[in-house]
Each structure stands twice: as C-alpha cells, then as structure tokens.
Design a protein around this ligand. Structure first.
Ligand SMILES: [Mg+2]
Length: 122
C-alpha cells in the first residue's frame, strides 16, 4: 500500500482525509512541521498533503525544507488551504507544490483523484 502523509493541525481535517483514503492508502498523520519532517526521514511517504496554515512552521516553509532535503526533495506535495481564492492554484504551483486542494473538502473525488495522479494506488 502506498503511503499518504497528512500534515494538518486540525484533527477533524486529518480524519476526513484518512476516511476518504484509507481503503487504498496507508495514511500517516502529523499535526506540525517538525514532527512531519522527522517522520518523513524515518519512513518516507509516497505523497504529502500539506496544510498551509500551521502553527510555528507554515506549509510553505515545510515545503522549502522538503525541497532542500537530499532524501525528500522529490516528494510530491499537495497544498491544502482554506484560503481559496482565484489565482491560488497558480500561486502554490509556482511556489513548488505539485498540486493544490481547497478546504473544506466537499467532493471526495477531488481529493482521491489528486492523490491518484501523484501516487497511483494499488
Ligand atoms: Mg491549519
């Protein structure tokens, strides 16, 4: 089973994502960037779903650390943000994210197809 890491400080959001994906993916949950980076080094996921708004270290900074890391730099990273506005998608792709999902996740197919695109399930 491929591994999806979900980094979000909101436990409800993590649960929603886990519920949508857990039949086809192993879901790893992290509530902050320090634990996430540490966890990725111990057990590298196949894809990361990364909340932008996090305490202490925001998603953009976590992405920078992933891209600077010799082991982790090629990880597909999907930005997850509640601040959905016109142009956001382009902004996050330009910042180095592979893809973008807006919260709240109202359509589970959008999440599922995005994860499939970067880490096809078995
Ligand atoms: Mg958050």
């Amino acid at each position: 089973m491929r591994k999806v890491a979900v980094v979000d400080d909101n436990a409800d959001n993590r649960l929603i994502i886990r519920t949508i994906l857990e039949d086809q993916y192993e879901v790893m949950e992290f509530s902050n960037g320090i634990e996430a980076i540490d966890g990725f080094r111990k057990d590298k996921p196949d894809i990361v779903i990364l909340d932008i708004s996090l305490p202490e270290m925001d998603g953009t900074e976590i992405l920078r650390r992933i891209r600077d890391d010799s082991e982790l730099h090629d990880l597909p990273v999907v930005a997850l943000t509640a601040h959905a506005m016109v142009g956001d998608r382009e902004k996050y792709l330009a910042a180095g994210f592979n893809d973008y999902i807006a919260k709240p996740i109202l359509d589970m197919n959008i999440l599922f197809s995005t994860v499939q695109r970067w880490a096809p399930g078995t």
